[in-house]
Design a protein around this ligand. Structure first.
Ligand SMILES: NC(=O)c1ccc[n+]([C@@H]2O[C@H](COP(=O)([O-])OP(=O)(O)OC[C@H]3O[C@@H](n4cnc5c(N)ncnc54)[C@H](O)[C@@H]3O)[C@@H](O)[C@H]2O)c1
Length: 376
């Protein structure tokens, strides 16, 4: 029986826009979905970019104006993969038009904007989902399960980091990520490890932090001699106190040579520990105390069909999912929520709570003090 269509309007066709398009195209082949995604309309900064991207990614139509996309009666869902400052205007317009929204992280450029977006979503009673795709990894679900089943005992510590090196070159050009509103390593990368910390450990109550801008100017475009001043952080180190009393640390950096995707954590408990890095994201390391004297060490668990929904992709363990598969799992979660099968997570409210931690961390760093995280 044909499934009802879900006509997708996508804003932005860069790194993430492409990942959205691929995921919408693949989700119905991997999962038995209640709705069939249709790549209906793509909007980008102008009509030429939009038309070329629509053709490349398989969208039926293109527009140089996201407002047209939001207002289009043939668009059922608005997906936002544009620079951070656009998230709020596009999402608010979509919600006002009665449409659900799938938005990239971080939710907004500022905490005020994120709060407005969460309130608008609540008032509109529409499904929202934010692209913290690393939470969709089957071994992250396993980590949560191991913690819930008390296999590592009472959690007593969280050490998290998100380090990459894509801004390590001082001549990497100035981009939207360097804008004072909505940029910086802590906002861009730190939001991922904060979302992970909240998902696995719980609410973060307070934060102390220090940050540094190592490369204080960048060329206005690649190879240009004119440079623009950068004021956002390249690197941030923070100490956290979770609401449960657990202590933690978080680092974010986009200038760590050699680190390509070190979204990593160690969680310590009274009976064992968990260790994970996105650079080897089909593995979770588990250490349990007192198991085998003289042979102690971490066990490496390879992702396999026992870790849903891995088996929907591949019947054999150890063959490994890829980054785009996480986006496919995210799209499945979105579509299940749209069909009323399960609540969307992380929705705008959760992403605003992540933003509250980012905002508190940035204030803690500039004011050199502990800052209480605002409750959303
Ligand atoms: N979930 C993740 O793992 C992840 C990874 C990378 C980026 N992101 C997020 O995705 C978003 C986009 O980042 P990216 O890396 O894809 O950036 P990008 O620069 O590769 O792409 C941005 C896209 O937005 C388009 N755009 C710019 N102005 C526009 C306008 N006025 N109207 C419509 N489109 C416009 C650009 O032309 C481009 O197609 C950001 O919010 C970023 O934080 C998330």
């Amino acid at each position: 029986m044909a499934r009802p269509p879900l006509r997708v309007g996508l804003v932005g066709s860069g790194f993430m826009g492409r990942a959205h398009a691929l995921a919408f195209g693949m989700a119905g082949r991997v999962f038995d979905l209640p709705l069939e995604p249709v790549l209906e309309l793509l909007a980008d900064a102008n009509a030429t970019i939009a038309a070329a991207a629509a053709e490349r990614l398989g969208f039926r139509r293109a527009s140089g104006d996201w407002r047209q996309l939001v207002a289009d009666p043939a668009v059922d869902l608005v997906a936002i993969a544009a620079p951070n400052v656009l998230h709020k205007p596009v999402a608010l317009a979509a919600l006002a038009a009665g449409k659900p929204v799938y938005c990239e992280k971080p939710l907004a450029a500022t905490l005020n904007d994120a709060r407005d977006m969460a309130m608008a979503a609540r008032a509109a009673k529409k499904v929202t989902l934010v692209g913290f795709n690393y939470l969709k990894n089957p071994v992250i679900a396993l980590a949560r399960d191991i913690i819930a089943k008390d296999e590592i005992g009472k959690v007593i510590g969280f050490r998290g980091i998100h380090a990459e090196d894509y801004m390590a070159d001082p001549d990497a050009p100035f981009a939207f990520r360097h804008e004072p509103q909505g940029g910086g390593a802590f906002m861009d990368l730190g939001s991922h490890i904060v979302s992970m910390a909240r998902y696995l450990i719980g609410d973060i109550a307070a934060i102390a932090a220090a940050s540094v801008t190592v490369h204080e100017s960048r060329p206005v475009k690649r190879g240009a001699s004119a440079r623009k001043t950068v004021t956002v952080d390249d690197q941030m180190h923070a100490v956290l106190r979770f609401a449960s009393g657990v202590l933690g640390t978080i680092e974010a950096s986009w200038i760590t040579p050699g680190r390509k995707m070190q979204l990593a954590f160690e969680i310590t408990g009274t009976k064992g520990s968990l260790s994970f890095t996105q650079e080897r994201f089909n593995e979770l390391k588990l250490y349990r105390m007192g198991r085998d004297a003289g042979r102690e060490g971490y066990t490496t668990i390879a992702a396999g069909p026992e870790h849903p929904p891995y088996g929907e992709f591949i019947p054999a363990p150890g063959h490994q999912l890829g980054f785009n598969d996480l986006k496919v799992i995210e799209v499945k979660a979105l579509i299940d929520a749209l069909a009323g099968k399960s609540p969307a997570y992380p929705d705008f409210a959760e992403a605003a709570a992540v933003q509250a931690v980012i905002d508190a961390g940035l204030r803690a760093a500039s004011e050199r003090r502990w800052v209480t995280v605002e409750k959303i």
